[in-house]
Design a binder for this molecule. Structure first.
Ligand code: KG4
Ligand code: ZN
Length: 346
């Protein structure tokens, strides 16, 4: 097992570097967020994100090594998120990882960002050896992804279902914007939901076909829009970004709570469906920004008959510790990436 792995993450709007020891101990976890650069656009602007990664990555790497109390020479490998994500953003981290691996003559390993989110719950509290926790069900719920997967060998991931339209975090952020919360509003909507009545409104929970493990959140988003702003006249359209409804604090809290009930119910129903179809699952690995959600965490932890591994709050959002940790597992299995390793948007 390689000891110290440096992980790099730049797939979206966080520039991150981390050092993980023995695949599970997080020695440092540095994240430079770009939220302030994208907030006024209510979404991530790819060109701005790539430029910010270029400016921030080197100081973030230096900080990660300093926090871990080690130097470049102590590293046993470099792990980098090379897929999926914004292509320009991914290329910044990937180029840095290749340059480091080449200059230091250390092994390089490319890691799938989604797989790394699933690994995040195994950081710091690894429990039994990974192989004994498999087969596992994986759930990634984030601003870019809503995916259900099955993990058999470390770390062989087969996708069972994914969103056919919006990611759950995207729906959260749009709903939050509609009730006047600043982008990205998922965490604030979650907090506000705690003050509201989740039965105030009935919002649709889209389950798609009878056996489908795919998600769909666009219907929920549109229903929420109509609920907040009223249904438009035939032929007219309501633009999400331009509405400013006049709401009392209690109305906003009730809307938040009702949205949260529908969104979390959609996820829990899919988990139940996946467990029925795959009765041999031992562990549930959960990751992604929305795994920080209080209601989702509460409902997941109440599940019986499966060991639920939720990431620590600081490992839910995009971070490089999860990249380094999974990179260490893959390197320990003898995997290596060559310098021809490419970035892939999907
Ligand atoms: O994993 P992440 O950092 O980025 C992607 O890979 O997309 O996830 C960010 C997403 C945002 O949509 C954010 O609003 C959402 O996670 N999020 C939450 C909560 N905390 C973060 N959504 C609901 N409840 C939360 N507590
Ligand atoms: Zn992510």
């Amino acid at each position: 097992m390689p000891r110290f792995i440096l992980g790099l993450e730049s797939s979206c709007d966080e520039t991150a570097a981390a050092v993980v020891e023995d695949a599970v101990h997080v020695r440092s976890n540095v994240i430079a967020t770009q939220h302030e650069l994208h907030a006024k656009y209510d979404g991530v602007v790819p060109e701005i994100a790539s430029r910010a990664h270029i400016e921030r990555l080197v100081p973030v790497i230096d900080q990660a090594l300093a926090d871990a109390g080690i130097g470049f020479a102590d590293l046993d490998g470099i792990a980098v998120a090379n897929r999926p994500g914004l292509i320009g953003s991914l290329l910044v981290g990937l180029s840095a990882a290749k340059a480091l691996a080449w200059a230091l003559d250390k092994p390089l390993i490319g890691v799938d960002h989604i797989h790394a989110h699933l690994y995040a719950g195994l950081l710091e509290e690894p429990g039994a050896p990974l192989a004994e926790q498999l087969p596992a069900l994986g759930l990634v719920v984030s601003g870019g992804h809503s995916t259900i997967a099955r993990i058999d060998a470390p770390f062989e991931v087969s996708v069972l279902g994914r969103t056919i339209d919006d990611a759950i975090g995207e729906a959260y952020d749009k709903a939050a914007t509609l009730i006047g919360l600043p982008y990205p509003g998922g965490p604030e909507l979650d907090r506000l939901a705690g003050e509201g009545d989740d039965r105030a409104h009935d919002l649709p929970v889209s389950l798609l076909g009878r056996d489908s493990l795919d998600f769909s959140f666009s219907g929920l988003k549109t229903s929420f829009l109509y609920l907040v702003c009223g249904r438009p006249e035939r032929g007219a359209s309501v633009k999400l970004s331009t509405v400013q409804p006049d709401l009392t604090d209690q109305q906003r809290a009730d809307l938040a709570a009702s949205f949260q009930r529908a969104a979390v119910t959609a996820v829990m129903k899919k988990i139940a469906r996946a467990r029925t179809e795959h009765p041999d699952l031992r562990t549930l690995l959960v990751g992604g920004g929305v795994s920080a959600n209080s209601r989702l965490r509460r409902e997941l932890l109440a599940l019986e008959g499966i060991d639920v591994r939720l990431p620590a709050m600081e490992h839910c959002l995009d971070n490089a510790a999860m990249i380094a940790g999974l990179g260490a597992v893959r390197l320990a299995h003898g995997e290596r990436s060559g310098f021809e390793l490419a970035a892939a948007a999907r």
